[in-house]
Design a protein. Structure first.
Lengths: 335, 316
C-alpha cells in the first residue's frame, strides 16, 4: 500500500530528482544531503534547489574534496546517518575511487554485518555538445564491477524519482548515475507512492522480432529506432534494465528466448561496457535461443572530442540501432 | 607520583605486545598467513589515547591496528582468531590482519589503504552535529599517511567546520620502509594541521601517561565544541614494517637504541622507580602471560570461518 496518496505532476527529470531528495529528507530524519555547490547555490544543474531553505543544515556545501566528503559520508553512515552525496561530474568519482570501491562496499561484508554504510551517491554523465573528454564519459560499468555497490541508471523522470528514493532507502551503498541530457526532459511523474525495492528492469515495448536493451539516454534513441522498424513490420522488444547492479538478466534472457536476437546500446565505450556483460551472460545462459550474433553499440574505442560534429560521429543513433537490428535479422537462422 | 595508573597502562601494553608476539609465533606455525604488520614498540600510543575516550567515541585506525583494537577492549582471543581465519574472529576472518573492525568495542576498523580512514573519522565527527551523541571521533594514522591527499582533505573539512575529531599521528620514523625525514621538508608533522586551523602538538609516544594527558585534553576540547587537534606521538617501530621485512633501511645500532627506549622497558623501570613493588609488576606480567596462553588456545579451538556463510552480509 502506498504510504502517502500518489499525486501526478508534470516534472522535468531534474525536478523529479529534487522531489525525491525532498521526500527523502522529509521521510528519513537521519538523511544528510551534501556535495559541491548543492546547498546555497542549489547545484550546478539545479537538482537540489530550495532544499537547504526547506531542510536547513542537513543540506550543506562541501569543499572541492571528493575523497574528503565521500569518506566523510561513509564515516557518518557508519555511526547512523544516511548521507546522500552529489558528485558533480561522473569523472570526479575517479578522484575518490578509493572511498567508492575499496571502502564503501566492504563495510558490511568485511564486518560480517556489524557495520553498514547506507550512502547514496548521485552523479551525472554523458556526452553533450562541447563537453570535453573529461566531462563526457559513461562510467557505469566501472561501478558494476564491484560487488556490494548498487548501480542505478534512470532514463526518465519517473525513474529518476523512484530509483533515487529506492537507493536512499536501501541500507547499502548505491550510486545513481543520471544523464545530463535528460535533466530538462519532462513527463508526468507519480509522486508519493510506495518506495520501491532496488532492482528490476522494464519492458518498454513488446515485440517478437528482436530484443533491444538500451540504457539511460539510449532508451529514447532505441525507441525511435523501434518506431522506424515497426513501419517496416519488424517488431522490436525494448528493454530498459534501469539497474545494472543488480542486473535483471532474467528479463533480458526471457525476451531473447522469444526473439532470438539481441542488440545492446549504451553511451559507454563498447570495450568493457556493461553490454559486454549482458552479451556474455546471454551467450552463456541463452546460447541455444540465439539466431544471430549479439550486436553491441556504444562509443568506439577512441577518446571523446569536444567538437559537436565529431561527437555525433561516435554516438549511437536511431539509424545505427536500426541497422544493427537489421543485421541480426539478416544473419543466421530464418528471419 | 602514584604508580597505579602506569601499572594499568603497563598491563595493557603487555597485552598488546604479548598478542603481537603470539601472532608472530602463529605466523611461523602457519596458523596465520598473509601480510601482517605488528605494532611492537608503539603500544603506548593506543593505550594512552584510548584511556581517555568515552564509550561513544569511535576509533578509526590503520592496518597496524591490532593494538588499537585491543586497547579499545576487543579480547585478544577474538583478535588472534581473526588473524587465524577462525569464526571467533572479530570480523569472522573476513578482515584478516590489516582490515578488521571491532565496532562492539568502538573500533571502527583498520584500513589497508593508507590515510583512507581519516576522512571517515571526520564524517563520524560531522554526524555528531546531528545526533546529540556528544561523540568525539578519534583517528590514528602514521607519518607516511600524512603525505596522502585524503588526510589533507580531511584536515581541511575538520578545521573549516571545527569538528569534534582528534587526529593521532603515530610517528614511528619510517614511512613503510623509507625514513619519513627524507620524504618531507619539515619533519615536525604536528604542524601539518596549522594551515587548516588545527592546532598541533608533539608528545613522547613511548610514554602512555604523556599520551593520555595530551589526548585527554584534546578530547575534552573537541567535546566542548572547540574543534580538532592534531597530536604527533613520537615513537619507534621495533618490529619490521611487516613480518618478513628485510629491514635493509636501518642498522642494528639504531634498533638497539630503540629497544632501550621502547615503552615497555621504560614503563617497567619507571614503575620500580615510583616504588611499585617488583612482585606486583611480576604478578601483572605473569597474569597477562597466562591470559594470552588461554587466548591463543581459545582462538585456535574456534572452528574456521564458515564457508557456508561466504556470501552473507554482502547486501542488507
Amino acid at each position: 500500500m502506498p504510504e502517502t496518496a500518489a499525486a501526478l505532476e508534470r516534472l522535468t527529470y531534474a525536478k523529479a530528482v529534487n522531489a525525491a531528495l525532498d521526500r527523502a529528507l522529509e521521510s528519513f530524519p537521519e538523511a544528510l544531503l551534501f556535495g559541491e555547490d548543492i546547498a546555497i547555490p542549489g547545484g550546478v544543474f539545479g537538482c537540489t534547489r530550495g532544499l537547504r531553505e526547506k531542510h536547513g543544515e542537513r543540506v550543506f556545501d562541501t569543499p572541492i574534496s571528493e575523497t574528503g566528503f565521500l569518506g566523510a559520508a561513509l564515516g557518518a553512515a557508519m555511526v547512523g546517518r544516511r548521507p546522500i552525496v552529489e558528485v558533480m561530474w561522473a569523472e570526479f568519482t575517479l578522484v575518490a575511487f578509493d572511498q567508492i570501491v575499496n571502502q564503501a562496499p566492504n563495510v558490511r561484508y568485511v564486518s560480517e554485518g556489524r557495520l553498514q554504510a547506507p550512502v547514496t551517491i548521485r552523479t551525472q554523465q554523458g556526452i553533450l555538445p562541447g563537453s570535453c573528454a573529461q566531462h563526457s564519459q559513461s562510467l557505469e560499468a566501472l561501478f558494476a564491477h564491484f560487488p556490494g555497490l548498487r548501480v542505478a541508471m534512470p532514463s526518465n523522470p519517473q525513474d529518476a524519482y523512484d530509483m533515487l528514493l529506492a537507493a536512499i532507502a536501501c541500507d547499502d551503498p548505491a550510486i545513481v548515475i543520471e544523464h545530463r541530457s535528460l535533466y530538462q526532459k519532462a513527463a508526468e511523474v507519480e509522486l508519493g507512492g510506495e518506495i520501491q525495492e532496488i532492482g528490476g528492469g522494464r519492458v518498454l515495448r513488446r515485440g517478437s522480432d528482436a530484443t533491444v536493451v538500451a540504457l539511460g539516454p539510449m532508451v529514447a534513441v532505441a525507441s525511435e529506432a523501434a518506431e522506424t522498424l515497426a513501419a517496416e513490420g519488424i517488431e522490436v522488444e525494448l528493454i530498459d534494465p534501469r539497474w545494472i547492479a543488480p542486473l535483471d538478466i532474467g528479463l533480458i534472457a526471457e525476451s531473447v528466448q522469444r526473439t532470438g536476437r539481441l542488440v545492446i546500446v549504451h553511451e559507454a565505450t563498447v570495450t568493457g561496457g556493461i553490454g559486454a556483460e549482458i552479451a556474455a551472460r546471454v551467450a552463456s545462459e541463452s546460447f541455444w535461443a540465439l539466431e544471430a550474433p549479439i550486436e553491441r553499440l556504444g562509443i568506439p574505442d577512441v577518446r571523446i572530442p569536444a567538437a559537436p560534429h565529431l561527437q555525433q560521429l561516435l554516438l549511437p543513433s536511431a539509424e545505427t540501432v536500426v541497422a544493427a537490428v537489421r543485421r541480426t535479422r539478416e544473419a543466421g537462422g530464418e528471419a | 607520583m602514584d604508580g597505579t595508573r602506569l601499572l594499568g597502562f603497563y598491563e595493557q601494553m603487555l597485552r598488546i605486545r604479548g598478542t603481537e608476539e603470539a601472532i608472530e609465533d602463529l605466523r611461523e606455525d602457519g596458523q596465520v598467513v598473509g601480510s601482517v604488520h605488528l605494532s611492537c614498540g608503539q603500544e603506548a600510543v593506543p593505550v594512552g589515547v584510548v584511556a581517555e575516550r568515552s564509550p561513544q567515541d569511535p576509533v578509526f585506525g590503520n592496518y597496524r591496528g591490532h593494538g588499537w583494537a585491543l586497547a579499545c577492549g576487543a579480547p585478544p582471543e577474538n583478535v588472534l582468531a581473526e588473524l587465524a581465519a577462525r569464526a571467533l574472529g572479530v570480523s569472522g576472518g573476513r578482515g584478516g590482519s590489516a582490515f578488521f573492525s571491532a565496532p562492539e568495542w568502538g573500533f571502527y576498523g583498520e584500513n589497508a589503504i593508507i590515510g583512507a580512514q581519516v576522512p571517515m573519522a571526520v564524517g563520524a565527527a560531522l554526524a555528531a552535529r546531528y545526533d546529540d551523541s556528544d561523540r568525539v571521533a578519534i583517528t590514528v594514522f602514521g607519518d607516511g599517511a600524512a603525505n596522502q591527499g585524503a588526510v589533507s582533505e580531511a584536515f581541511n573539512m575538520a578545521g573549516a567546520w571545527k569538528l569534534p575529531v582528534v587526529f593521532i599521528l603515530e610517528n614511528n620514523v619510517y614511512s613503510e620502509l623509507t625514513p619519513i625525514a627524507d620524504m618531507v621538508s619539515d619533519p615536525d608533522l604536528s604542524r601539518r594541521g596549522e594551515p587548516f586551523g588545527i592546532p598541533g602538538l608533539r608528545v613522547d609516544g613511548n610514554d602512555p601517561e604523556a599520551v593520555a594527558d595530551a589526548a585527554g585534553a584534546a578530547i575534552r576540547k573537541a567535546r566542548a565544541g572547540e574543534g580538532p587537534t592534531l597530536i604527533q606521538a613520537d615513537t619507534y617501530r621495533i618490529a619490521g614494517h611487516y613480518i618478513g621485512d628485510a629491514e635493509t633501511y636501518r642498522d642494528e645500532a639504531e634498533l638497539e637504541a630503540a629497544r632501550r627506549a621502547e615503552p615497555l622497558v621504560v614503563a617497567r623501570a619507571r614503575l620500580l622507580e615510583l616504588g611499585v613493588p617488583a612482585a606486583d609488576v611480576e604478578t601483572t606480567e605473569r597474569r597477562v602471560e597466562e591470559e594470552l596462553k588461554t587466548a591463543v588456545a581459545t582462538a585456535l579451538a574456534s572452528p574456521p570461518s564458515d564457508p557456508e556463510k561466504i556470501r552473507e552480509h554482502l547486501y542488507a
